[in-house]
Design a protein around this ligand. Structure first.
Ligand SMILES: Nc1ncnc2c1ncn2[C@@H]1O[C@H](COP(=O)(O)OP(=O)(O)OP(=O)(O)O)[C@@H](O)[C@H]1O
Length: 295
């Protein structure tokens, strides 16, 4: 089977900056996939390479088995929505939507009209004069109503307020259930968007450091709180992502916590709390820390 999106040893250097280093992965079928990472991690670079907006220094990117820059992909099969989208001079929201309806064969006019109302996307003002949130609103309509087989979203809703962002997540999940497709979305707002993703790719300083099923990842770490000696004994040689102590009490975030370990912790009377996807990623991609908190 031909992968829908594929990277093999994908590397991009800008003079002395390595934006992406030896990234390999394969996305084989419909799903909502998260590309997560800190500022400057390489998320936009990855999306630019996957859509042929830029060329790799080495390695290969493939979109539906073809080179994204030179392959003859089906017209309108790919949508790439990004915050920094440039529009032709004089374009208003309605021009953007009209153009999109001509490009994407699965464009749904009725759905677009509903989304325009939901997001309050202004149609009669020049794109250049819109606020960041208003531009994002137009982008969100295109992102969803295009129903492209492969949709790449680079922080598409970054300018939207919290209410509109929640609406975007709800609409995306509902529409995806009815029209499954490959949606690859980058975001900083990990906890907010966490429930959308079935698989998560985390990039740190250009390297792909996590490529894992989101549910597996969510259950992989726990926070244990209890008497320090007891916590440490139970943790043993497991990887500690974070440790805080207050007097004789320790709070330790442990990676690789399986069901047996969790049951043992509960049986030992230790407090056990789940670790959110955001906390886990921050811990795995941040500096491992040990804190002594003075009372
Ligand atoms: N055209 C360019 N010229 C030089 N350096 C670049 C260029 N584009 C990106 N970079 C550098 O490559 C690295 C990765 O940038 P990229 O935009 O891919 O990160 P990002 O994960 O999308 O960041 P953010 O979350 O802040 O948008 C950064 O160090 C950035 O400064």
């Amino acid at each position: 089977m031909t992968a829908v999106l594929e990277a093999h040893g994908l590397t991009k250097r800008f003079k002395d900056v390595t934006a992406l280093a030896d990234v390999s992965f394969s996305i084989d079928g419909p799903g909502v996939y998260g590309v997560l990472g800190r500022n400057g991690a390489g998320k936009t670079t990855l999306m630019n390479l996957l859509t042929g907006q830029d060329f790799p220094t080495s390695g290969t990117a493939r979109l539906a088995g073809l080179d994204p820059a030179t392959g003859s992909h089906a017209f309108g099969a790919i949508a790439f929505i990004k915050e920094s989208q440039a529009y032709p001079e004089g374009y208003k929201g309605r021009h953007v939507l009209k153009a999109a309806s001509g490009i994407f064969p699965r464009w749904d006019d009725a759905y677009a009209a509903q989304l325009i109302e939901d997001f309050g996307a202004p149609l009669d003002r020049h794109m250049k004069k819109l606020s960041r949130g208003q531009r994002s609103a137009v982008g969100a309509v295109v992102a969803l109503a295009s129903r492209a087989e492969v949709t790449l979203l680079d922080e598409p809703y970054a300018g939207l307020d919290a209410v509109a962002r929640q609406l975007f997540y709800d609409r995306l999940l509902t529409d995806f259930a009815e029209h499954p497709r490959v949606i690859l979305m980058s975001t900083h707002l990990i906890d907010e968007a966490a429930d959308l993703f079935q698989r998560v790719l985390v990039i740190d300083k250009g390297r792909l450091v996590i490529d894992q099923d989101a549910d597996e990842l969510r259950g992989a770490a726990v926070r244990l709180v209890g008497p320090a000696a007891q916590v440490d004994r139970l943790v043993g040689s497991r990887e500690v992502l974070h440790r805080e102590t207050l007097g004789g009490t320790a709070a330790v975030t442990v990676d690789g916590a399986d069901d047996a370990f969790k049951a043992e912790a509960v049986a030992a009377g230790l407090e056990l709390a789940p670790v959110s996807l955001q906390q886990l990623i921050v811990r795995r991609t941040g500096v491992q820390s040990t804190e002594e908190i003075s009372a």
